[in-house]
Design a protein around this ligand. Structure first.
Ligand SMILES: NC(=O)C1=CN([C@@H]2O[C@H](COP(=O)(O)OP(=O)(O)OC[C@H]3O[C@@H](n4cnc5c(N)ncnc54)[C@H](OP(=O)(O)O)[C@@H]3O)[C@@H](O)[C@H]2O)C=CC1
Ligand SMILES: O=C(O)C1=N[C@H](C(=O)O)C[C@H](O)C1
Length: 245
């Protein structure tokens, strides 16, 4: 039995994760902690799942890694600097591993991979992410990661900058620039989590769309990561290696 702790246990995703861990026959939920619960409640956990908030996740990770608890992290807000800090903490705590994924939905991971594969064949790529209005961050972690993968694929293939003759616009009209890829964030009541990757070339376009219909979609990916994190040394970013992608 894998002893699992959950941080953010009363949150929208945390609730689903706790249900899934409790239903798994090879796991035991030993701690379900939320805001204001002492993090020492994680003592005894082998793996901690974090779905909290970008402002608190680094403190949680520092504590978990220092105490030899392997983190599986869904919380967003990770840039290159934060990932480097986590690598530094892991180096100080040999034998402790960490997996951080911007999206644990299998279809979302495939959407990112398909966008990465298609990116080099089109002049233009833009990303529109659409989420519920209570989301803490914009753009989403998934959109940032997709943009990074698209930019990397285009650079590797020697594709030049995207055509855009805009010479005047209102602030924000062209979205955020993530490594040269425009990302637009919609916050709309009624939505959960959705993304479109728009690709355009000579006389045709391709749209790759992903829709999260229920937060239970994240649970299988989280359980997979909980089962496998102990065998993945250091820091793993994304679920892709666990899906043989
Ligand atoms: N990787 C993935 O697949 C996914 C990632 N996410 C990400 O996960 C994060 C959480 O999303 P969501 O569940 O919608 O957010 P919620 O706000 O619904 O849940 C977060 C929970 O964490 C609690 N919390 C805040 N600080 C702490 C702390 N220090 N220790 C323990 N718990 C704390 C919050 O309490 P309170 O409300 O009182 O502040 C809340 O109950 C976001 O960054 C989101 O983008 C979401 C979906 C999928
Ligand atoms: O906050 C959310 O809801 C989600 N957050 C993640 C992100 O920022 O990419 C994953 C998914 O989009 C849902």
């Amino acid at each position: 039995m894998i002893k699992v702790g959950v941080l953010g246990a009363r949150g929208r995703v945390g609730v689903e994760v706790c249900k899934a861990v409790e239903a798994a026959t090879d796991m035991e939920l030993v701690a379900a902690l939320d805001k204001d619960d002492p993090i020492e409640g994680l003592e005894g956990a082998e793996v901690v799942v974090d779905f909290t908030h970008p402002d608190v996740v680094m403190g949680n990770l520092e504590w978990a890694i220092a105490h030899g608890v392997h983190p599986v992290v869904g919380t967003t807000g990770f840039d290159a600097g934060r990932l480097e800090t986590v690598r530094g903490w892991l180096a100080q705590s040999p034998g402790t591993h960490c997996l951080i994924a911007p999206n644990f939905g299998i279809a979302a991971v495939l959407m990112m991979r398909f966008a990465q594969q298609a990116a080099r064949y089109f002049d233009s790529v833009e990303i529109v992410e659409l989420h519920h209005p209570n989301k803490a961050d914009a753009p989403s972690g998934t959109a940032r990661r997709t943009a990074e993968l698209v930019a990397e694929a285009r650079a590797k293939a020697g594709v030049g900058p995207m055509p855009d003759a805009t010479s005047t616009s209102l602030d924000g009209a062209r979205g955020a620039d993530v490594e040269g890829v425009r990302v637009h964030a919609v916050r709309l009541a009624g939505l959960i989590a959705h993304q479109e990757v728009l690709l355009g070339g000579a006389g045709e376009t391709l749209t790759i769309r992903h829709d999260t219909m229920s937060r239970s979609a994240f649970a299988p990916g989280v359980l997979l990561a909980v089962r496998r994190v102990r065998e993945l040394p250091g820091l793993t970013v994304g679920l892709e290696p666990l899906l043989d992608l």
